[in-house]
Design a protein around this ligand. Structure first.
Ligand code: NDP
Length: 446
């Protein structure tokens, strides 16, 4: 079996040299899916996984814009349309200086499996630009978004490709891009998700990824007869996903000890409660400041510049910032300090070495493609509401989100149970693969 996997990965690497994040994501899937394919005759001779790692289409484009000093700037924009076997391409846009083809292809590849797991009819895609919104004025962000959409609009549409937010793309950016799309096309359609409530958005969409990651962890804890009540939680990030993961943890009676951003983390031993979280939301969403300003208002908390929060003792860890933020050493530290449940809010936040540690120590470990699928799931519900020209209540959307996270958990149990344990990574990969591969087989060689 090792030889089959190695040969496959060698061929993928030959075509995708210099794309380490993409290779990391493909390797993780190949190691669990290829052994499954070998046992299933219907997939033999179809080269199905090789077809899945090749994007259906990649668009790269120039994004010129003018800054507040009147200088002309230029960035690079992308859209990866990875797989449309089960529905139109769907996936977020990331604006961050680190964005490149490798990172977006890894995200698009993961998105295909994630979207399949949601049970909703959505293919997978991802896009973005190497634009850094930090420190830019509203006017600069608007001009960038308008220029970005002036090219992207010809490749997307409500039945073709429906982008959403991701790192650096929140409600403000979605608004500017939606406005430009509407102007260019002269039509009001649900072409983006994460829209404002008064112009086609869904209730619970901002909360969905963070809430969903907590609901998934709740399901995992349930397999051991446990809940969030009284547990300590270490969270990374302080953006959209981290904020609402924290909110749901607090609602369920857990104590949230940390939050972070790219400049370091803050540790509040008394717990970040609802009032303190509201201040974080103000700092990050309105004032657009660094997380260490938290300690100015709450001096019993400490700020740790340039560090990650994984050294803080906890029961549950939720990485909600970015890829590869927990390495093998961080994983060992977490486990040594008593952490036994990891639910990924971010995409691919754990390195392969960290994941090996989680499996070795029987940690309840949920890969992002399962545990953070709540965001795209509610995006799917936003699309459904746009088509219906109707809005569901907060309670209705939240209930659907909880049901979907429970279904995803069940799919992982179905395909990932082995020797009395649940391997959520294997379960998520195989469940997602089966749905997409079966649709691809039915549709012929296209
Ligand atoms: P935001 O931009 O709202 O927040 C990102 C947070 O992560 C910020 O606190 C940011 O700090 C921090 N961060 C970003 N890059 C780094 C880095 N290189 N090192 C340390 N910290 C970093 O993004 P989201 O909350 O939307 O996304 C967070 C993660 O969740 C991403 O992996 C994303 O792909 C994933 N995700 C998001 C979904 C969504 O619905 N938004 C859906 C599914 C997954 P700073 O402000 O300093 O940059």
């Amino acid at each position: 079996m090792d030889q089959v996997i190695n040969n496959f990965l060698e061929e993928v690497k030959r075509r995708n040299a210099h794309e380490p994040e993409f290779m990391q994501a493909v390797t993780e899937v190949a190691q669990t899916v290829l052994p499954y394919i070998v046992t299933q005759e219907i997939y033999h001779g179809k080269n199905i996984l090789m077809r899945m790692v090749e994007p259906e289409r990649v668009v790269m484009f120039r994004v010129p814009w003018i800054d507040d000093q009147g200088e002309i700037q230029v960035n690079r924009g992308y859209r990866i349309e990875m797989n449309s076997a089960i529905g139109p391409y769907k996936g977020g846009l990331r604006f961050h200086e680190s964005v490149n083809l490798s990172i977006l292809k890894f995200l698009a590849f993961e998105q295909v499996f994630k979207n399949a797991l949601t049970t909703l009819p959505m293919g997978g895609g991802k896009g973005g630009a190497d634009f850094n919104p930090k420190g830019k004025s509203d006017g600069e962000v608007m001009r960038f978004c308008q220029s970005f959409m002036t090219e992207l609009f010809r490749h997307i549409g409500p039945n073709r490709d429906i982008p959403a937010g991701d790192i650096g793309v929140g409600g403000r950016e979605i608004g500017y891009m939606f406005g430009q799309y509407k102007r260019l096309k002269n039509e009001f359609t649900g072409v983006l998700t994460g829209k404002g409530i008064s112009w086609g958005g869904s209730l619970i969409r901002p909360e969905a990824t963070g809430y969903g990651a907590v609901y998934f962890a709740q399901n995992m804890l349930g397999t051991r007869g446990e809940s969030f009540d009284g547990k300590s939680v270490v969270l990374s990030g302080s953006g959209n996903v981290a904020q609402y993961a924290a909110e749901k943890c607090i609602q369920l009676g857990a104590k949230v000890l940390t939050l972070s951003d790219s400049s370091g983390f803050i540790h509040d031993p008394e717990g970040i409660d609802t009032e303190k979280l509201a201040h974080v939301m103000y700092l990050k969403n309105v004032a657009r400041k660094r997380i260490d300003e938290y300690v100015q208002k709450y001096p019993k908390a400490s700020s740790h510049k340039g560090q990650k929060p994984w050294g803080i003792r906890c029961n549950i860890a939720m990485p909600c910032a970015t890829q590869n933020e927990i390495d093998g050493q961080d994983a060992q530290t977490l486990i040594a300090n008593g952490c036994y449940c990891i639910s990924e809010g971010a995409n691919m936040p754990a390195t392969p070495e960290a994941i090996a540690q989680f499996h070795h120590h029987d940690i309840l470990y949920a890969p992002g493609k399962a545990s953070n699928a709540g965001g795209v799931a509610v995006s799917g519900l936003e699309m459904a509401q746009n088509s219906l020209r109707y809005n569901w209540t907060r309670e209705e959307v939240d209930q659907r989100l909880q049901d979907i996270m429970q279904d995803i958990h069940q799919s992982c149990v179905t395909y990932g149970s082995e020797k009395g344990k649940i391997n959520y990574e294997k379960g998520a990969n195989i469940a997602g693969f089966v749905k997409v591969a079966d649709a691809m087989l039915a549709q012929g060689v296209v």
